[in-house]
Design a protein around this ligand. Structure first.
Ligand SMILES: Cc1cc2nc3c(=O)[nH]c(=O)nc-3n(C[C@H](O)[C@H](O)[C@H](O)COP(=O)(O)O)c2cc1C
Ligand SMILES: [Mn+2]
Length: 490
């Protein structure tokens, strides 16, 4: 566990590790930063900090999460196993045994108490406060990602809102297209918690206060995109992740708590019923999402550090930075998925499946219909409801070995029998469904079929060489002189 104090502490660490490149060349925030970031992530390159951006005094950080190792460092997780252990203690606390066990458990219990967000009286996020006519979003180095984009988009904001009735805070990462000096779009899609809270204010005919934090400690940034169930606090999740409370400070002009260590905070409101055309935007599907009507965010104050770092990202054809974030979500949430759907042994969302198009799940099949039960459970759980195609295979198939999954899945199906179609909600970004947000899903049952499922034919064994022969060949392998295959014994 490492609790980075803020974004710059993490960037400093990356620089020490040689995993951050400071770019001093003058670049345009329109397309140029995106093109460099895209090439860099596809080449497995470092995080980038652009110091000299046309039209702005502030530097731009991008690709801060854009590798497996970097994301793990950002979240302070040494291994997924360590994470699972921590989570297990939290989800399934066992009474410690013996005096030694009790003593060992104490710090863990204390840890839990110390991860609840705490309110502090001041923070660097408001070293500078600009209000009313002084608000000018065009001073920020907001980037345009792709040529067909409708303009410049703030792509990594932590959008903070409060439920009209329960008062519970939500934090979500929803892109914001900059319209002018003091207004942006608010692209919370209809299934997301931010949109849910906005409906409460619309019903009451009330103005909704909104704060958007840009740049913060990496765990807090991550919590905004994590698919937590509604009502679960993102700030608490961030505290649990980093093993230390997220310090929050009261916003200047709205009744919301914002991360004290943020680089920039935009404060303002969304009016009920107000809509404006947003998009098109080159999206993480690899295609442009089409323009549509979305709420409008009126910014009434900007608070920031004296020299803020503007944190952003681009999405587009995978692999991109968000693919590594998605992978972290997959690994972090697997233990939670297993708690809700115990049949699941492992799951994988290949990056080309852009999170919601393809999920491969392995199960320990014990009874007829189990694969279909798992599909419906997935479609019934949180943001996994969007999964367009689910492939269920038998454990211990390695769900990350796409070649083996392809071999087995295609071998094991009788398509007419093994495809389970279900109508339901579809991700708002899907451009193929018959209607926006509504369409079909398919689950492919690639497990071995049981007699109880009407399958009475014999089932062949998988081909594997026996150990004795392998051992024998290992011993003589080097003598055979097979060209180009010296070490390819096993
Ligand atoms: C870089 C990035 C940009 C995103 N942009 C949006 C967006 O514009 N609209 C949206 O609804 N979700 C967007 N998401 C996904 C949400 O952040 C994610 O679904 C999150 O769980 C929403 O939080 P919520 O469950 O509190 O609504 C984005 C995710 C990432 C990583
Ligand atoms: Mn939420």
């Amino acid at each position: 566990m490492t609790a980075w104090r803020d974004l710059r502490a993490f960037l400093d660490d990356l620089e020490r590790e040689g995993d951050l490149l400071v770019v001093r060349e003058r670049v345009s925030p329109v397309l140029e930063i995106a093109e460099i970031a895209d090439r860099c992530v596809k080449a497995g390159g470092p995080a980038l900090l652009f110091e000299n951006v046309e039209g702005s005094d502030f530097p731009v950080a991008i690709n801060v999460f854009a590798s497996r190792e970097r994301t793990r460092r950002a979240l302070g997780i040494s291994s997924w196993e360590e994470w699972e252990e921590r989570l297990d203690f939290f989800l399934d606390p066992k009474p410690p045994e013996g005096l030694l066990g009790k003593l060992k458990a104490l710090p863990k219990v204390a840890d839990l108490a110390s991860v609840f967000p705490k309110t502090v009286s001041n923070g660097p996020c408001r070293e500078v406060v600009e209000r009313g006519p002084d608000v000018d979003l065009t001073k920020l180095p907001v980037i345009q990602c792709w040529p067909g984009d409708a303009g410049r988009f703030i792509t990594m904001p932590l959008v903070i809102t409060k439920d009209a009735e329960s008062g519970k805070t939500n934090v979500g990462m929803y892109r914001m297209q900059v319209f002018d000096r003091s207004t942006t779009a608010m692209h919370w899609q209809k299934h997301k918690d931010g949109a849910g809270q906005a409906r409460g204010y619309e019903r009451a005919g009330r103005r909704m206060e909104v704060a958007a934090a840009i740049g913060g400690d990496p765990a807090t940034v991550f919590s905004a995109l994590a698919p937590l169930p509604p009502g679960i606090s993102e700030f608490l999740f961030a505290g649990f992740l980093r093993g230390e409370a997220v310090p929050l400070v009261r916003a200047q002009t709205v009744d919301l708590l914002v991360p004290a260590q943020a680089e920039i905070v935009l404060e303002g409101y969304v009016d009920p019923g107000e809509r404006r055309r947003e998009g098109p935007f080159g999206d993480h599907t690899g295609f442009y999402s089409l323009d549509d009507d979305f709420p409008v965010f009126h910014v009434t104050a900007v608070t920031r550090r004296k020299s803020p770092i503007y944190l952003t990202t681009i999405v587009g054809k995978p692999p991109m930075e968000d693919g590594f974030l998605g992978e972290a979500v997959e690994r972090l949430f697997l233990p939670l998925v297993r708690k809700t759907i115990p049949d699941v042994v492992d799951m994988h969302l290949p990056v080309e499946g852009i999170f919601h198009n393809l999920m491969i799940v392995s199960i320990d099949k014990r009874y007829p219909g189990q694969a279909r039960k798992v599909m419906h459970a997935i479609w019934g759980t949180g943001q996994m409801m969007f999964t367009k195609v689910i492939v269920v295979v038998d454990a211990p198939t390695d769900v990350r070995d796409i070649r083996d999954v392809t071999l087995k899945a295609l071998n094991h199906i009788d398509p007419e029998r093994d495809f389970e179609f279900a109508m339901g909600p579809i991700d708002e970004l899907d451009h193929a469904s018959r209607q926006p947000c509504y369409g079909s899903h398919v689950g492919i049952d690639a497990t071995r079929k049981l007699p109880g499922e009407g399958f009475t034919r014999r089932w062949p064994d998988e081909i594997r060489m026996d150990e004795a022969t392998k051992k024998k060949i290992d011993e003589i392998w080097h003598r055979l002189g097979i060209p180009g295959a010296a070490e390819r014994g096993r």
